[in-house]
Design a protein around this ligand. Structure first.
Ligand code: MN3
Length: 202
């Protein structure tokens, strides 16, 4: 039995329209994310095999695969969960999260500006992330799924800017995709993640 599996989506492929088109969500979920799940299961199998046989000659590439596919699976699971259809949409974060955002980034508007600029600046394939580092919010940028990650940073919100996340509809206009991503953020989930993270850190 495969250890890792695709998480269930809380919405249909076409529920993120018109901001992310149905075909993109379908391909992204059933092909790309599934590819990371498969890659992760293969890496884990390979490592278990090496443990059994005591042959660690391929350990370097197995551990690289584990980091790449494991992070890919984890990041995509966060990404699907932190988006929502119109029915669950709320325009702004609330509660402790909005307080912390305004404290750190001056205002919600300047937070969005920095998140967009940072996420737009990712070289090649990667992610923008709002994260909690100790008790401070910070925006970080990740290349591929794992490079430049700040160890210990707890994800609150992630935005996938690999081309497969937006190219069918937006082509080279990554900034337009990010603007529209802001319109489908599931802030309730981000608030939950934030409250859990500050509780665990204290
Ligand atoms: Mn992706």
């Amino acid at each position: 039995m495969e250890k890792y599996k695709l998480p269930k989506l809380a919405y249909q492929f076409d529920d993120l329209e018109p901001f992310i088109d149905s075909k993109t969500v379908e391909l992204h979920y059933t092909k790309h994310h599934q590819g990371y799940v498969d890659g992760l299961n293969n890496a884990v199998k390979g490592i278990e095999e090496a443990r059994k046989t005591g042959d660690f000659s391929k350990i370097k590439s197995l551990k690289k695969d584990l980091a790449f596919h494991g992070s890919g699976h984890y990041m995509h699971s966060l990404y699907w969960e932190n988006m929502c259809s119109n029915t669950n949409y709320q325009e702004y974060p609330k509660g402790k999260l909005i307080e912390a955002i305004e404290k750190k980034f001056i205002s919600y508007g300047t937070f969005l500006k920095e998140f967009k600029a940072a996420t737009l600046s990712v070289e090649g394939s990667g992610w923008g992330m709002l994260a909690l580092i100790e008790d401070e919010l910070e925006i970080i940028t990740i290349e591929k799924h794992q490079d430049l990650y700040v160890t210990g940073a707890i994800p609150i919100l992630v935005c996938d800017v690999w081309e497969h996340a937006y190219y069918l509809n937006y082509q080279n206009k990554r900034g337009d995709y990010i603007d529209n991503f802001f319109k489908i953020i599931n802030w309730k989930i981000a608030e939950k993640r934030f409250e859990k993270a500050i509780k665990n850190n204290n």
